[in-house]
Design a protein around this ligand. Structure first.
Ligand code: SF4
Length: 107
C-alpha cells in the first residue's frame, strides 16, 4: 500500500503512469525509495529536480545497472512496463528519481 507523502513526490510529480485511486499498486522503484529515505529526505532530493511533463516523458539511455537494481524485482517487469519491455515509453517516477539520485546529475 502506498503512503500519501511518498506518492505525492514519486508518483504525482514524476510518474507518467500514476492513476489516482490505484493505491495498492506500487513498483519496485517506489519501494526502494520508501524503504531507504524518509519522506522529508526524498522531498529535499526531489526538490532539486525538474518535474512535470518534460522529465516524465523522457526516455533515458539504457542502463543495465538500473535495470538490475530497480526493475528486475518489480511486479511490472515481466508484463506491464513499456520502458522495461521495449523502451516504448518512459520509466516510472521511482526509476527516474533513483537514477537521478545515484548519478547526482540533477537537471
Ligand atoms: S521502470 Fe518499469 S519495471 Fe522499472 S521499476 Fe519502474 S515500473 Fe518497474
Amino acid at each position: 500500500m502506498k503512503d500519501k507523502s511518498y506518492t505525492e513526490i514519486i508518483c504525482r510529480k514524476f510518474c507518467k503512469y500514476y492513476k489516482e485511486g490505484k493505491e495498492e499498486l506500487l513498483c519496485r522503484g517506489y519501494e526502494i525509495l520508501r524503504d531507504n529515505l524518509t519522506a522529508h529526505e526524498l522531498e529535499m532530493l526531489a526538490g532539486s529536480l525538474k518535474s512535470g511533463d518534460e522529465i516524465k516523458n523522457r526516455i533515458p539511455p539504457k542502463n543495465n545497472e538500473m535495470t538490475e537494481l530497480v526493475c528486475r524485482r518489480c511486479d511490472f517487469f515481466i508484463d506491464g512496463c513499456d520502458f522495461a519491455e521495449n523502451r516504448s515509453g518512459p520509466p516510472c517516477g521511482g526509476y527516474i528519481l533513483i537514477s537521478k539520485i545515484i548519478s547526482r546529475r540533477f537537471c
